[in-house]
Design a protein around this ligand. Sequence first.
Ligand SMILES: NC(=O)c1ccc[n+]([C@@H]2O[C@H](COP(=O)([O-])OP(=O)(O)OC[C@H]3O[C@@H](n4cnc5c(N)ncnc54)[C@H](OP(=O)(O)O)[C@@H]3O)[C@@H](O)[C@H]2O)c1
Length: 410
Amino acid sequence: MDAMWPRWLLTILALWTFPQVAALPELAMVGLGTAGIKKAMLICNWEGGGRFASDRFTPISLAFVLDAFERQRAIKAVKACQEVSTMVEAIQMGYRTLDTALIYQNHAMVRQAMEESHVPREEIFLTSKVSFFPSSLELPKEHQSTFGMTESPLPPELTFHPFNVKGKEIEGIELSLQELGVEYLDLCLIHAPSTSALELWASFLPHLYGYWPKMPSWTEPLVLGATQALTAQEVEARKREAYQQRKRSWLNMEEAKRRGFCRHIGVSNYPVQFMQEIEEYQTEPIYNEQQELHPLAQFRDVQEYTKKAKIFLTGFGTGVVADTPAAEQIARRIGRSPGQVLLRWAVQHQVHVTPKSNQLARLRENLEVLDFELSDADMATLDALDASKVFYWNTSILVPKADRKLRDDL
Ligand SMILES: NC(=O)c1ccc[n+]([C@@H]2O[C@H](COP(=O)([O-])OP(=O)(O)OC[C@H]3O[C@@H](n4cnc5c(N)ncnc54)[C@H](OP(=O)(O)O)[C@@H]3O)[C@@H](O)[C@H]2O)c1
């Protein structure tokens, strides 16, 4: 190398490229989450109540019939998405990492917010996610009578888009670029690892009891138990096919990166085993894993693996457990809010965070978690709360049995 490139030339090149590289924004410890449900969609949801209700009486369809009666409660419980003006204020307040996704249907709003904030594109680290749906929403024939329906009973808010599916990662990213009005994403993630309708529904189910409490809580053991049992069978039967699909998705992400559509690529809601799988065929690094992470669901295996593999880990969901008594006590004692204590707990574990709020005061307090420290004792108190209690995704059920052992060995 030195023979071909004189040292003085290399030095000039290094000096020239250094400021360019240094100017690129990196994933911030605190970014802005933008997910939410548009009010218009909520109203559709209410009016469409009973859409899931089936004329077949099965335990799972019964839960959905009951769900129809609970929708008014759901409307109150669901956290609405951010208005453009709120995002503009957040950017002006100092947020530079923005997190969105094709499924959030808010790319146009994020675009408008970036434009109205007048912060140059190069100063923003923009993340989006694609590859949310499996290529078909049809439930396995043998389970259709159990569900009382032929297609995955996804909430209507999750609008299906033919480019937001497995295998269409490149098209999904191109669509995202178009909607966001940008030439590149700083980071693009595979949104979820599920490769079939049943896998998607089963792993997504905690949303309906936790994040959007939509289903009557007494149905939880029934619906979760039945669905997980069916999913376990399907995961075993489709092991090879699912592996091939995950591999295709990752290789498509690599291709998108090669084409300059994204600076970095990564995954979301991936259990350790699926990230390890990528090691077998990757030619590009996994830059980031994004998933729910708070004291009640700490995913220590994921924390350990990502640290070892030098993958940035982003956590979300601390806001949903902000009423945890231990966090409230610590907050009172140190003069911070429970939300800040939980975000700080994540940051102290070297986890990046991407909180979302519609309230300016909370947006501000969420940003102010880098200027104080929790004591070892307070960290230990929060660490002791781990209960594997997820409110969003349970993707560990997608790992075939033989591979699950790997997780225990970590
Ligand atoms: N990859 C994935 O599958 C995935 C899944 C979910 C989320 N995400 C990303 O992560 C972001 C955050 O997720 P999230 O909004 O579900 O969780 P979150 O940031 O923990 O917020 C959950 C709720 O907590 C409230 N909140 C926010 N800050 C708070 C504070 N300081 N104190 C008390 N409550 C607070 C917010 O309600 P108010 O608006 O009323 O303040 C918010 O709706 C999303 O916007 C999205 O970008 C990714």
